[in-house]
Design a protein around this ligand. Structure first.
Ligand code: HMG
Ligand code: MG
Length: 297
């Protein structure tokens, strides 16, 4: 059955901004995050602790984390390796996302390691994080398609998810990195994952390269998924995945869900205010339909 309540995990400050060419001032990022929380978003990816040489936009991760944590929201920060985790241990943050690609070639381009090398590093880290009481999310890239290797065998995705669940992850965020999934594939994979991992939180993360994100979300809803990663303004993309356009826009997804009578607790007017804060600092236009129809000045 379709869930009657959905949790949105807002990834705009992280996935949304990491692909922006010019540096968005740290104070603007903080205002953006505060405003997103005012809109009712309760779970957010704030930033990522990656190499500032690889992703200069995330170079202010420590400062963002220091100033944007709240007691009543789940503020998640990302790390791909031990170095990132050690930097996170210096902060007060209590929720961490690690990330890895099903596709070996993609993982090499993104993290400079094979998928298995990343897993060998991350598994003990997850155990350690759980021992310390952290919430642990595992982001699975190229779960459907890889820009370098083509179609991904769903069994490979399920297998990688199993490694994370066995290692102790609380949540799987399963991603269509370059927006190539079709609705039947979304329904098929998420039905399978629901069945395999009934007690693990499961989120769907769709990029909207081919304008299929909403349809894929609807298909995942029908498979019982009630957590979706979306990005305010439809910003986003991975710098190391050619063809990765923005994420599904939070406002378009919330609009669809609310029209379906599915509760999100997100205030659309306030969400548009959040988008307007970053808009002047972006090198591309806001393409979400809800924003275009309702926020023109
Ligand atoms: P490397 O060059 O192989 O790293 O990069 P290294 O271990 O050889 O270290 C080289 C230098 O980087 C050293 O500094 C390290 O200290 C430093 P130096 O001695 O030269 O001054 N370093 C770090 N600094 C800060 N934080 C760290 C860190 N690690 C090493 N964590 C590395 C390997 C993983 C660092 C690099 O490849 C990297 O940063 N990759 C991140 C790529 C990225 O951010 N991608 C986007 C996020 S994933 C995504 O968007 C997908 C998702 O949305 C789901 C989907 O849609 O698919 C989640
Ligand atoms: Mg992404």
């Amino acid at each position: 059955a379709i869930p009657n309540k959905v949790t949105i995990i807002e990834v705009g400050p992280r996935d949304g901004l990491q692909n922006e060419k010019s540096f968005v001032p740290t104070e603007v990022k903080k205002d953006f995050i505060r405003s997103l929380k005012n809109a009712g978003l309760t779970e957010l990816e704030l930033t990522s602790f990656v190499s500032p040489k690889w992703v200069p936009q995330m170079g202010d991760a420590t400062e963002i984390t220091a100033d944007c944590l709240d007691a009543n929201t789940r503020d998640i920060v990302l790390a791909p390796n031990r170095k990132g985790i050690e930097r996170i241990y210096m902060t007060e943050c209590r929720a961490v996302a690690v990330f890895v690609g099903v596709s070996n070639t993609f993982n090499k381009k993104n993290i400079n390691k094979s998928t298995q090398e990343s897993m060998d590093e991350l598994k003990p880290i997850i155990g350690e994080l759980k021992e310390k009481g952290y919430f642990v999310r595992a982001c699975i890239s190229t779960a459907f398609h890889c820009p370098y290797e083509g179609a991904i065998d769903p069994e490979d995705t399920v297998g990688l998810c199993r490694q994370f669940v066995d290692a102790g992850a609380d949540e799987l965020s399963v991603a269509d990195t370059i927006g190539m999934a079709a609705p039947h594939e979304s329904h098929g994979l998420f039905s399978r994952l629901k069945e395999e991992f009934p007690t693990t939180l499961l989120a769907a993360h769709f990029h909207d390269t081919r304008k299929m994100a909403l349809t894929n979300i609807f298909a995942a809803l029908q498979a019982g998924v009630d957590r979706f990663d979306t990005s305010a303004g439809g910003l986003g993309g991975c710098p190391f995945a050619p063809g990765a356009a923005g994420n599904a826009a939070t406002e378009d997804v919330v609009y669809m869900l609310e029209r379906m009578g599915i509760e999100t607790n997100v205030n659309l007017d306030q969400l548009l205010e959040a988008v307007k804060i970053v808009q002047p600092h972006l090198s591309r236009p806001i393409e979400s339909t809800y924003f275009r129809l309702n926020a023109q000045t």
